[in-house]
Design a protein around this ligand. Structure first.
Ligand code: UD1
Ligand code: MG
Length: 463
């Protein structure tokens, strides 16, 4: 039987107080809707339909790269039942339909699989959970035999029903054909004047279709996001879950509550992250990598035995084995450090290949450059790569020594083993093995004396 997923995402999210559609708000650097779609995709459904309404253009634009989504536009939000109805014409009758919400981002594929499996025999399956504070949720009503007979919304519930702690998460799985029949019969005679998807539960129970409750033990998976406060909770819950997974896989996190993953992290044995490290995009690390506090790493690959010291920012870089970076270093996209290279404090690199055992230990800018092996780049060296219109390359060959406070005006080659004297502005190629110095010659004035203060008699003012 086919599997069709319907994700409801048309609501406004009034309580977010935001111009951004609710499902585009980020959890771990990704829109909530992305998380839901990723979990759904793990079930290999035949189709995924997303019902959008408020901010539909923005939502579709964000996901425009994903051509597998079938977008359904719900012009007016008349309730969850009405929202699912909009998708029905695109759904095969010979399928199981799984309904998800775009604002419940932490749901796991395993839970969705359990729910879907329960509906394969033609039953209606709904995901429920037990909440200490069920306020605001639809309550699952069971008969004396413990069979589910209805879901009643908070607004329509009696005071006894409000005491029920088993809540409807909103996620259901049902056979498409029956779902169509049940939805046809749903009306909006309730306190909110909406077409409730939840009314199909009563309809199914009346028609003799088994209604199966699948209980979600981890309530964090089914927490909805309606406010900024909920969003912050979802973020922390997500991060705690990821941190646990990483630690189980062998990563040392000095404080798991002060580590944020906004992408994918692969790592070898004995890697350690100090506090406040943020990893985003795709990051791969070899063995025995240490990342110091307050560092950010995104879309980078790091080899074995590397030390990233405090407050470093690494983006789109490749760092080979035995390198040392930071503290306070900034490696920008296109940086490649070969084995044993060292980039120290307040050094910025961009589109720069730094050869084996070369170092720029303090206060330098190395951009659009290729640096050979065993090169020393002194403090305050700058590759002047931009002439105001175009970028140019600097090439520094093996064993060159660039003295402190040198401006290398590109395009430029400093030959193998060449030396540039401190304080030079070099704009012509330096031949291999030669010394280039462009600073003004020092003069020493014989007999020069430092000016002295005029001597004035006591009480006289000095001008
Ligand atoms: C719904 C359930 C409730 C459940 C709760 C869990 C109904 C009637 N009630 O209530 O039993 O406990 O979720 O969070 O289903 N949406 C649309 N179009 C609409 C209306 C809603 O796409 O016309 C979307 C929203 O964007 C949201 C989801 O459906 O993603 C749920 O809607 P919401 O208004 O939050 O429903 P609740 O009142 O929370
Ligand atoms: Mg809600």
């Amino acid at each position: 039987m086919k599997l069709e997923v319907v994700v409801l995402a048309a609501g406004k999210g009034t309580r977010m107080r935001s111009a951004l559609p609710k499902v585009l708000h980020l959890v771990a650097g990704k829109p909530m809707l992305s998380h839901v779609l990723e979990s759904a995709q793990k079930l290999s459904p035949d189709h995924i339909h997303v019902v959008c309404g408020h901010g539909a253009d923005q939502v579709r634009e964000y996901f425009s790269h994903d051509l597998t989504i079938n977008w359904i536009f719900q012009a007016e939000q008349m309730g969850t039942g009405h929202a699912v109805c909009q998708a029905l014409p695109d759904i095969s009758t010979q399928s199981t339909v799984l309904v998800l919400y775009g604002d419940i981002p932490l749901i796991l594929p395993g839970t969705l699989q359990r729910l879907t499996d329960e509906a394969r025999d033609g039953s209606l399956a709904l995901l429920s959970a037990s909440f200490d504070n069920p306020h605001g949720y639809g309550r699952v009503v069971r008969d004396p035999d413990n069979a589910i007979c209805a879901i009643v919304e908070e607004a329509d519930a009696s005071s006894d029903q409000r005491k029920i702690s088993e809540i409807n998460t909103g996620f259901i799985a049902a056979p498409a054909e029956k779902l169509k029949d049940w939805l046809d019969a749903v009306d909006n005679n309730n306190s909110q004047g909406e077409y409730y998807l939840t009314d199909i539960v009563g309809a199914a129970a009346c028609s003799g279709t088994p209604v199966k409750g699948v209980i979600c033990e981890d309530i964090l998976e089914v927490m909805g996001v309606n406010s900024r406060s909920d969003l912050a909770k979802a973020e922390r819950n997500f991060q705690r879950r990821e941190a646990e997974k990483l630690m189980d896989a062998g990563l040392t996190l000095d404080d798991p509550s002060r580590f944020d993953l906004r992408g994918q992290l692969e790592f070898g044995e004995d890697c350690r992250m100090d506090i406040n490290v943020v990893v985003s995009g795709t990051v791969k690390m070899g063995k025995n990598v240490f990342v110091g506090p307050n560092s950010q790493i995104s879309d980078s690959e790091i080899g074995d035995n590397v030390e990233i010291r405090a407050n470093s920012i690494i983006e789109g870089a490749y760092i080979a084995d035995h390198c040392s970076v930071g503290p306070f270093a900034r490696l920008r996209p296109g940086t490649e450090l070969a084995t044993g290279a060292r980039i120290g404090n307040f050094v910025e690199t961009k589109n720069a290949v730094i050869g084996e055992d070369s170092k720029a230990n303090h206060l330098a800018y190395v951009g659009d450059a290729s640096v050979g092996q065993r090169v020393n780049i002194g403090a305050g060296v700058i590759t002047c790569n931009y002439d105001g219109a175009n970028k140019h390359q600097t090439k520094i060959e093996n064993d060159a020594f660039i003295g402190s406070n040198t401006a290398l005006v590109a395009p430029l080659t400093v030959g193998e083993g060449a030396t540039v004297g401190a304080g030079s502005a070099v704009s012509r190629d330096v031949p291999a093995g030669q010394l280039a110095v462009t600073r003004a010659q020092q003069t020493v004035k014989d007999g020069w004396e430092r000016p002295q203060k005029n001597k004035t008699s006591k009480g006289e003012s000095s001008q």
